[in-house]
Design a protein around this ligand. Structure first.
Ligand SMILES: Cc1ncc(COP(=O)(O)O)c(C=O)c1O
Length: 377
């Protein structure tokens, strides 16, 4: 006798039938963004800042939170926060901001706004997976140009793809995730000049890099820069920032949900921006650790590591990435296995730069994983 799957109740079967009948095909074809369970593990998989706030900053924040008017809707445009960001970043006049619940939300707004029938998105690949995912979710076709084997951008191929596909949007993560590489400014400028539509430069990792395109916004109509506070130390808060030449913000504002940045986020951000040195010092510590970690990885036999301008490192292991990932996990360290995500990423892993102690645990676990004789996973 075959056992009945307890999940397959008649109700469930009926609902699944309705889902297939009613939900758009392009949504059904997608897979949900998967987050690895991390309980009890040293978490070096998601590009978070490993350092908590100093006790005094936290204490002052708690005092400030007591006054938070949670019974009221938040300021819908977060005007005070916007003014603060403009001043801190020295934005040129004419540049407008739009804030989001993380930069993911801003990417979603952009693809929603530009999803005309037949419009296309162009990306280099591998890159941040949400560009493709969100583009496809709104019915935009997503065209990809493979990076070169050294993970540098293939400029002639990108220019040819722009010519051929006439994309409404080109997304460029600068530095790129998961490779950590930054485009040379002249290459970026060339792409912005050649683009027939909008170029979105996603600067999620800018705090760890030597470049920002923010000053370029003054002279270019088809350039948008995205920023996030997630990698800088506020992943749990969810604040993304879109900076654009005048005109774009008003169009996107029509589809932004009115209260997408909550009272607690606005208040907490103001508090953090009153103490700019805290996150800047943490970013500097992460960059110093990145150099140390990169040198340690480069010294390991059977490991190839790429230079990074972000808070993570991409590396390849001859011993097989899934095996090494699994063994590291058994040793209590969680990193990201990219094997299978794209042909160029065969046997690649990505590790977020942690505290010195976390990085030591990672290196210790990695050495043991590499030394272990091949065997079943
Ligand atoms: C390039 C890039 N952009 C955007 C994001 C999303 O950031 P947020 O937390 O602001 O939604 C990520 C997250 O990994 C990323 O790698």
């Amino acid at each position: 006798m075959t056992e009945r799957d307890p999940a397959q109740t008649p109700d469930r079967v009926r609902v699944e039938h309705d889902v297939r009948r009613l939900v758009r095909e392009e949504i059904q074809a997608l897979s949900a963004y998967h987050v690895q369970p991390a309980a009890g593990l040293i978490k070096l998989d998601a590009m978070e800042n490993p350092y908590p706030w100093p006790a005094e900053l936290r204490q002052d924040w708690l005092t400030r939170l007591r006054e938070a008017p949670l019974h009221r809707y938040p300021d819908p445009t977060a005007a005070a926060l916007q003014a603060r960001l403009r001043a801190d970043w020295g934005l040129p006049p004419g540049v407008e901001l739009l804030l989001g619940n993380g930069s993911d939300e801003l990417i979603q707004l952009l693809v929603m706004a530009l999803a005309r029938p037949g419009a296309r998105v162009l990306i280099p690949e591998p890159t941040f997976v949400m560009y493709r995912q969100l583009a496809q979710s709104v019915g935009l076709a997503c065209e990809a140009v493979p990076l070169r084997a050294d993970f540098d951008l293939d400029l002639p191929a990108m220019l040819a793809a722009m010519e051929r596909h006439r994309p409404a949007i080109v997304f460029l993560a600068q530095p790129n995730n998961p490779t950590g590489q930054l485009l040379a400014p002249e290459v970026l400028a060339r792409l912005v000049e050649a683009a027939p539509g909008l170029v979105v430069v996603d600067e999620a990792y800018a705090p760890f890099a030597d470049f920002t395109a923010l000053p370029w916004l003054a002279g270019r109509d088809n350039l948008i820069v995205l920023r996030t506070f997630s990698k800088l130390g506020l992943a749990g808060l969810r604040l993304g920032v879109l900076a654009a030449p005048a005109g774009w913000q008003a169009a996107l504002e029509k589809i932004r949900l009115p209260y997408n940045v909550g009272v607690l986020t606005q208040l907490t951000m103001m508090h953090v921006l009153d103490h700019p040195d805290v996150l800047a010092d943490q970013a500097a510590a992460i960059c110093a650790e990145r150099a140390r970690l990169q040198a340690a990885l480069a010294a390991l036999p059977g490991v190839e590591v790429w230079p990074s301008q972000a808070n993570f490192l991409l590396f390849r292991v001859r011993a097989g990435a899934p095996r090494v990932h699994h063994r590291l996990r058994e040793a209590g360290v969680l990193i990201k296995c990219l094997h299978g995500a794209h042909p160029l990423l065969a046997d690649c892993l990505r590790v977020t730069v942690g505290t010195p102690a976390e990085n030591e645990s990672f290196l210790h676990g990695l050495r043991a994983a590499l030394a272990a004789a091949p065997g079943p996973l």
